[in-house]
Write a protein that binds this ligand. Structure first.
Ligand code: PMP
Length: 338
């Protein structure tokens, strides 16, 4: 018999799928690590489970406890799954920038979700970081997962994502391309892969409006770099402890528009119905294509599923309102010429 004891046993072992049409102008093979095959439809299931397991081991999470986290949705989804199976409560703080679909999904799994303003400093008492910290302080028997600074995050990718990519490519991977937020995915996966082969190039993809790229290049935290952007789940206005910038070779920035258009192309040209940050990762790769050679084997991580973005990136009107699709086309559609 081939039976899983619970949903958590289906986390990981996601497929590596060749990109065909999109990358036909590139000299090398590009493979997508399609993380929406995880049960919560994102890569974050891996680190959510790991954070819970480590907290249990360390005695920070006890039976009947409450998991508290600031999350843009995907980490919350993974934590909520773990909480259902293991019998914990969840309270999540998130920002008003996040898609309604993501918030509703968390509620469907029994989590309580508190929506906080996006455009306030992390230290502001109204920020989703501050509110999570305050709740963790006030609620007895609670555990603040803190995906930014909890190193169980990158450990999950060191233990699972990295080894899977190494095995699936027979150790032939030459480039890892990852859109980054907390830094857990890029750092954990890269540490593992570089231990196996220090020559592997690691390219981190960042939205404009995040300070990470400038920090990588100069070591300076420059708040002038920080401005509102639309892409969800990536970029930061501080440097989380999960980063180890030494394992990253290149940081590249991608616009909200280019990322959104690329996500739509990945869906329509490859049949991979992925999320917004997948567009950032593949677009960033395209921006750096002149650096690639014939025998390179590129692995690009697609973090989550497109269903969470049907009201956004995959909605023509939403795209047109932001100037991401040609408005003339919109008028044509209204006039029946579309
Ligand atoms: N893409 C999406 C959709 C995400 O939710 C996240 C997690 N914040 C990332 C990319 C970045 O992953 P990480 O936090 O591991 O850097």
């Amino acid at each position: 018999m081939d039976i899983k004891n619970n949903i958590l046993e289906t986390i990981g072992h996601t497929p590596l799928i060749r990109l065909n049409k999109l990358t036909k102008d590139l000299p090398c093979t590009v493979l997508a690590k399609v993380e929406y095959f995880n049960p919560g439809n994102s890569i974050k299931d891996r680190m959510a489970l790991k954070m819970v397991e480590v907290a249990e081991l360390e005695g920070k999470l006890k039976p009947g406890g409450t998991i508290i986290e600031c999350t843009s949705g995907n980490t919350g989804m993974g934590l909520a799954l773990a909480a259902v199976v293991k019998g914990y409560k969840c309270i999540f703080t998130t920002t008003d920038k996040q898609s309604k679909e993501k918030i509703d999904i968390l509620k469907a799994l029994g989590a309580e979700v508190i929506v906080c303003p996006t455009n306030v400093e992390p230290e502001d008492p109204r920020s989703y970081y501050s509110i999570a910290r305050r709740l963790a302080h006030e609620i007895p028997n609670s555990f603040h997962a803190n995906q930014y600074d909890n190193l169980a995050n990158r450990l999950a990718h060191y233990e699972t994502t990295g080894p899977e990519i190494w095995e699936q490519t027979d150790g032939k991977v030459t480039h890892l391309v990852v859109a980054t937020g907390t830094g857990g995915t890029v750092t954990g996966t890269a540490i593992f892969l570089k231990e196996k082969n220090p020559g592997i190039q690691v390219w981190a993809m960042d939205p404009f409006g995040s300070l990470l790229t400038k920090y990588f290049r100069t070591g300076q935290i420059d708040m002038n770099e920080v401005h509102p952007y639309i892409t969800e789940g990536i970029g930061e206005d501080f440097v989380p402890q999960n980063y180890d910038m030494r394992v990253v070779d290149v940081f590249e920035q991608v616009t909200d528009k280019d990322a959104a258009l690329m996500a739509r192309r990945i869906a329509r040209e490859e049949g991979l119905f992925c999320g917004y940050s997948a567009g950032t990762a593949v677009q960033g790769l395209m921006q750096l294509k002149n650096r690639l050679k014939k025998d390179d084997l590129v692995v690009v991580i697609l973090h989550d599923h497109g269903s969470r973005y049907v009201g956004k990136v995959y909605n023509d009107q939403w795209m047109m309102e932001r100037g991401f699709l040609d408005v003339k086309t919109f008028k044509d559609i209204i006039a029946g010429r579309g």
